[in-house]
Design a binder for this molecule. Structure first.
Ligand SMILES: Cc1cc2nc3c(=O)[nH]c(=O)nc-3n(C[C@H](O)[C@H](O)[C@H](O)COP(=O)(O)OP(=O)(O)OC[C@H]3O[C@@H](n4cnc5c(N)ncnc54)[C@H](O)[C@@H]3O)c2cc1C
Length: 442
């Protein structure tokens, strides 16, 4: 007989695994399964090699307005609380200093203004002079010709191994005995049968079929492919933006972010200690537009073309993007960063905003690092949507498409999803237990 589940989650990255834990811990849903096509949990964008490992709070990211930053911080605080309560917290979350630097008078004014605007909601952030920056990050001040100021904090839990976080969610979910994990099971088909869904997966033995009352796709860019094949999300197209990194030897003690050009839709390059390699600093990510759905998987080009949904509206959205000179130059520059030797020289100029004394020979392209951000294009508005996209069909299906800061907001998104799922399945979400865990002192 086929296995019957109340809830099936496809994808064991940080989105799917956070939901599996949230469902097992705070709802009375009893039969839950999580499936992934790879042989381990979080093998794609959530693994530590593929992202910037930053718990985004909006305090050092100038692409977030105060309003957005307050929202993102609330979500990030959930991850912070969860991580600190785990016995292996030291493998999940890490404390570093973090700075947002402003170079030159104009940027200095922006930092001052942002500090005044943010200080009430982010009271731990301080305005730092060159001398104070020098104490935290000597390489940021060394050989700098222009004035520099920063807003920052000496120590904050701001780096996360999102792969280990996903594994922690899955381990805790399995321990509840309500959740089954199936690895090396690739979702291929879904059909509606009576009141539930029948799902087919291919695996080493051929194929497996299960039934589910509710299905959540947490398959990154593929969530949109699956949505479209099932008749949803046709008002969306997709821009796949890969992010590469360069390494240098230990050049920074903590995270150093720069002010973003307001005309660009993606965060400026930043420098971060690599949590998996204590003697290495990572610079990036770049923003490379690629016709792929999964980075380094060349067999996903065709899948991309299918989901792009190329039509008049998408072309207008692209035209709007490319109309801006800064964006055209930025796209071109990001292609060049991938070119051996020349790319390193050009990228060094970018990094010199953070560390003036750094030379191209100090940098090494991080081969095999950096995933892909699935940025959705809204065909009705004919424009790029920044942040996550979520398709809730109200028919027992959810599709999550999660570019940055999707890892930082995983628990917030999981909470939103589980409440919708409980409502559909007539199940209960235990808000008191949730509040107790997330508001109680550590
Ligand atoms: C360069 C870069 C830097 C980033 N930096 C940050 C950062 O610093 N902070 C932050 O918060 N966010 C960051 N992000 C975003 C973050 O990495 C993602 O939002 C997050 O990892 C998305 O998690 P996910 O679980 O939705 O997707 P993924 O981690 O990609 O997981 C999707 C899962 O679905 C599985 N899957 C796909 N298709 C199928 C199928 N047919 N059957 C079964 N399983 C399937 C895959 O195997 C995979 O395990 C960054 C992203 C990139 C690319």
């Amino acid at each position: 007989m086929q296995k019957q589940y109340d809830l099936v989650i496809i994808g064991s990255g940080v989105t799917g695994s956070a939901l599996a834990w949230m469902a097992s811990e705070y709802s009375n849903i009893k039969r839950i399964a999580i499936f992934d096509k790879y042989g381990c949990v979080a093998a794609v964008n959530s693994q530590a090699k593929f992202n910037s490992q930053t718990l985004h709070c909006g305090d050092i990211e100038t692409n977030y307005s105060l309003e957005k930053a307050i929202q993102v911080k609330k979500s990030a605080d959930l991850v912070k609380t969860y991580a600190q309560k785990q016995t292996n917290a030291d493998k999940i979350i890490y404390a570093h200093s973090k700075l947002l630097i402003g170079v030159g008078e104009q940027e200095g004014d922006k930092i001052n203004k942002r500090y005044q605007e943010f200080t009430q909601n982010f009271p731990y952030m301080e305005l730092l002079s060159a001398t104070q920056i020098d104490k935290l990050e000597p390489n940021v001040v060394k050989d700098r010709k222009q004035p520099i100021v920063a807003m920052g904090v000496e120590s904050d839990l701001c780096a996360v191994n999102f792969g280990n976080l996903s594994r922690s969610f899955v381990d805790n979910a399995i321990e509840s005995q309500k959740v089954d994990l199936y690895l090396q099971h690739k979702f291929t088909r879904l059909s509606h049968i009576d009141e539930s869904y029948q799902l087919t997966f291919t695996n080493a033995g051929g194929c497996a079929t299960v039934n589910a009352g509710f299905v959540v796709f947490a398959t990154g860019a593929y969530s949109l492919t699956h949505a479209k094949s099932l008749g949803y999300g046709h008002n969306y197209g997709l821009l796949a933006v890969a992010g590469s990194f360069y390494f240098s030897k230990n050049a920074l003690n903590g995270k150093v972010y720069t002010i973003q050009n307001d005309k660009l839709p993606f965060a400026a390059v930043h420098g971060d200690p690599d949590i998996n390699a204590p003697n290495r600093t990572r610079f990036g990510p770049t923003a490379l537009i690629l016709p792929q759905l999964e980075r380094y998987k060349h067999n996903t080009y065709l899948d991309y073309l299918k989901v792009l949904g190329l039509d008049k509206h998408i072309l207008i959205a692209f035209k709007k993007l490319l109309k801006e000179r800064d964006i055209r130059n930025y796209i071109g520059r990001n292609f060049m960063y991938e070119v051996p030797i020349l790319g390193r020289r050009l990228f060094a100029k970018e990094v010199q905003k953070i560390i003036p004394s750094l030379t191209p020979s100090n940098l090494k392209f991080a081969k095999g690092f950096g995933g892909l951000r699935p940025q959705v294009i809204d065909k009705d508005k004919e424009q790029l949507v920044l942040g996550e996209a979520h398709i809730h069909t109200k028919e027992g299906l959810i599709f999550n498409i999660t570019p940055s800061p999707g890892a930082s907001t995983c628990l917030h998104n999981a909470k939103q999803d589980i409440q919708k799922i409980c409502c559909y399945l007539n199940a209960d979400f235990n808000m008191d237990k949730f509040n107790d865990f997330f508001t109680n002192n550590l």
